[in-house]
Design a protein around this ligand. Structure first.
Ligand SMILES: [Zn+2]
Length: 161
C-alpha cells in the first residue's frame, strides 16, 4: 500500500530512515507507517474418508477447488479467524485441532498458517467468496487449486495427516 499523507495529521509523508530502513514517515508529527505482512489461515478438515473443499468464486484460481481460507483481521487470534472463515465460507462449525504448517507466499507477501480442524456442527452451504462447498473422497477429487492444497491433500491421501 502506498501512503501519501499522514493519517494522523494530514501532512504529506516523506521517505525517512526509521528503524533501520526507509519508511513513509510524517515530518510534522513523527508518525511512521509500518507496512506489516498480511496473515492468512488455511483449514484442512477431514471426516473419515472425506475431505472438505470449496470452489473458489474469486481470483486467484477462480473455479478451482481448494481448502477453505481467509485473512486474519487486525486484533484477531489466528485460530479464531480459522473458525470464523470456515463458518462464513461453508456454514460449518469447526474446532481447530493443531497447526500443520507455516509458509510464506512470496508473490503476495502473505504469511500462511495451515490448520487442521474438525467439523462439529452447522449446515454445509456455500457463502461469501465460495461458489460451492463439498466433501470429497480421495477417489472423486476435483481439479485442485494451489500447490498448498495439492500438497496437503496428497499428504492426507498418503496417511500422513
Ligand atoms: Zn503527521
Amino acid at each position: 500500500m502506498e501512503v501519501k499523507f499522514c493519517p494522523r495529521c494530514g501532512t504529506p509523508v516523506q521517505s525517512l530512515l526509521r528503524f533501520g530502513t526507509l519508511r513513509p514517515a510524517c515530518p510534522a508529527c513523527g508518525f511512521i507507517h509500518f507496512a506489516n505482512p498480511r496473515v492468512a489461515v488455511v483449514l484442512f478438515v477431514a471426516d473419515g474418508e472425506r475431505v472438505l473443499l470449496v470452489k473458489r468464486k474469486v481470483a486467484p484460481e477462480k473455479g478451482g477447488w481448494a481448502l477453505a481460507a481467509g485473512f486474519v483481521e487486525y486484533g484477531e487470534a489466528p485460530e479464531a479467524a480459522a473458525v470464523r472463515e470456515m463458518k462464513e465460507e461453508t456454514g460449518l462449525d469447526v474446532v481447530v485441532e493443531r497447526m500443520l504448517g507455516l509458509s510464506f507466499n512470496e508473490a503476495d507477501k502473505v504469511i500462511v498458517l495451515l490448520y487442521q480442524a474438525r467439523a462439529t456442527g452447522g449446515v454445509l452451504g456455500a457463502n461469501d467468496d465460495v461458489e460451492e462447498a463439498c466433501w470429497f473422497t480421495g477417489a472423486e477429487l476435483p481439479e485442485l487449486a494451489f500447490d498448498s492444497t495439492r500438497r496437503t491433500v496428497k499428504a492426507w491421501l498418503e496417511g500422513e495427516l
